[in-house]
Design a protein around this ligand. Structure first.
Ligand code: NDP
Length: 298
């Protein structure tokens, strides 16, 4: 029997833990975790993401602030807002929703966020801590942190002796995911567009993580029988069966066929997706605990 991971359910259990941790921190120290989310411009998908992040922050008992800036915002204005939030003692996490409008440079903005408030885990200090195995000192990028929760729930904390293959090497996902698996003692291969015999490399994986952005690229004969398959991809493909011009969401893994070979697999939607916001909340609570001089709950 293949286990299909219910990402919504796992995310809900992470959120429950965050709520308790947030309430306990406020009760013991008077510190209420604070999350500031910044969005620039009118991209509807980004607005939908930001609204759900702000809403979830409120549900978790945080101070939740949303700054909505117009499309024509200049680099300096955005930089000034980040500086203000960096200095605000009630804000423990700052998230600048990406992508920014084309005239703005995202990297200087992300790197200007104080690393201890970088709840998206994208600052080089946090990436560096992860790369050097300092998992307790930094903040880990939310989507790989979420995928890792699935891996831990399936295999435990110690992945000694297991081969893990991550397809994709982005700074946002592939690299931090590989670092997390390595820190848990897996033997890790990071594959990408220049990898030779990708199917063969994937067939070696006890844990296969796909983060490519190519609909249903991973086929059943790429999957080692009994493997754990984590699908991070979010792709929209035409769905004429739903009506003219309609689309549906699929991952990077051909789910139906791979589910017959894997022992554990995540669906799209409803797998990794819901974990990203949950881990953002978890990072905010971790940042608030650290600011209060407390050890964050695991
Ligand atoms: P990027 O485009 O930044 O990276 C894609 C990676 O896939 C690159 O490393 C690229 O290799 C590799 N790649 C592209 N084509 C191939 C191929 N044919 N064979 C092997 N490797 C290939 O994407 P992201 O990492 O940001 O995201 C990946 C996917 O995950 C997307 O679908 C995205 O929407 C999704 N995602 C989902 C999130 C969630 O919340 N669930 C959050 C973040 C991402 P190379 O480096 O050589 O170009």
């Amino acid at each position: 029997m293949t286990t299909i991971i219910d990402g919504k359910q796992v995310a809900a259990s992470v959120i429950d833990t965050v709520k308790s941790a947030s309430a306990a921190l406020e009760k013991e120290t008077g510190v209420k975790p604070g999350l500031a989310v910044v969005i620039v411009g009118n991209d509807p998908a980004s607005h939908a993401y930001v609204s759900s992040k702000s809403r979830m922050a409120k549900e978790c008992g945080f101070t939740s602030i949303q700054h909505t800036l117009p499309e024509e915002t200049m680099q300096e204005e955005l930089a000034r807002l980040v500086e203000t939030l960096n200095a605000d003692a009630n804000i423990h996490g700052i998230l600048v929703q990406l992508p920014l409008p084309k005239h703005l440079k995202s990297d200087p903005i992300i790197q200007s966020i104080k690393p201890e408030k970088d709840v998206d885990g994208l600052h080089v200090v946090n990436a560096g801590k992860l790369a050097t195995g300092d998992l307790d000192g930094g903040l880990v990028s939310c989507t790989p942190a979420g995928a890792m929760v699935f891996v831990r729930r399936t295999h435990g904390d110690d992945l000694s002796g297991l081969n893990a293959v991550v397809v994709g090497r982005s700074n946002l996902f592939g690299k931090p995911m590989s670092a997390l698996l390595l820190a848990a003692n897996a033997t890790v291969t990071t594959a990408h567009s220049r990898t030779k015999d990708l199917a063969g490399v994937c067939r070696n994986a006890d844990i296969l993580v796909a983060a490519v952005g190519r609909p249903e690229m991973v086929k059943a004969d790429w999957v080692k029988p009994g493997a754990t398959v984590i699908d991070v991809g979010i792709n929209r493909i035409p769905a004429p069966e739903k009506g003219e011009g309609k689309s549906r969401m699929v991952g990077d893994v051909a789910f139906e066929e791979c589910a017959k070979v894997a022992s554990t697999i995540t669906p799209v939607p409803g797998g990794v997706g819901p974990m990203t916001i949950a881990m953002l909340m978890a990072n905010t609570v971790i940042a608030a605990y650290r600011k209060a001089g407390r050890t964050p709950p695991k």
